[in-house]
Each structure stands twice: as structure tokens, then as C-alpha cells.
Design a protein around this ligand. Structure first.
Ligand code: SF4
Ligand code: SF4
Length: 79
């Protein structure tokens, strides 16, 4: 599994997470930042960097934001 970025990032996009990711798998979309689940090594380094707590392990994403697991993956597979 990978980490994902959920709704709290929308409109914030500080990119603090992308700056710390060791494999550069966090990329900017028009609305929010996205984590490529194929490249993410599940290290967890990005999670505490987020000022709005938008980053979760995919399987621990709060119920209201479960759709963001697919939204992160789709961002990379549709491109
Ligand atoms: S968990 Fe690690 S590898 Fe995955 S996005 Fe966060 S910093 Fe990058
Ligand atoms: S640190 Fe949080 S708010 Fe900033 S870009 Fe990453 S997920 Fe979005």
C-alpha cells in the first residue's frame, strides 16, 4: 500500500510533503498534490510534514475521504 493525499490539501498545496519525499513521487495537480502509489515506498516521511493533516496511509484514510485513494492513483494512470 501507499500513502495518499486527501481533501484538506485542496487549495493549500504547500508542497512541504514533496520536498521531503525520498523518491519524488508527490506531484502537483491543479487542485491538490498527489502521491503516485506505484512509486511510493510507504516510508511515512511526508505525513508529519503536512500542516493540514491531509496525508494518510491508504488503508487508514478516514471514511469521508476514501475516494481519494482512487483519485491519487487515477491522477497518474490517466495522464
Ligand atoms: S510515504 Fe514516503 S515515499 Fe510515500 S509519498 Fe510519503 S515520503 Fe514519499
Ligand atoms: S504538505 Fe499537505 S497541504 Fe502541503 S502539499 Fe503536501 S499534502 Fe498538501
Amino acid at each position: 500500500m501507499a500513502y495518499i493525499i486527501a481533501q484538506p490539501c485542496i487549495g493549500v498545496k504547500t508542497a512541504a510533503c514533496a520536498a521531503i519525499c525520498p523518491v519524488d513521487c508527490i506531484h502537483p495537480g491543479t487542485d491538490q498534490m498527489y502521491i503516485d502509489p506505484v512509486v511510493c515506498i510507504d516510508c511515512g516521511a511526508c505525513e508529519p510534514e503536512c500542516p493540514v493533516e491531509a496525508i494518510f496511509e491508504a488503508e487508514h484514510t478516514p471514511e469521508p475521504w476514501r475516494s481519494y485513494v482512487g483519485k491519487n492513483a487515477d491522477f497518474f494512470r490517466k495522464a
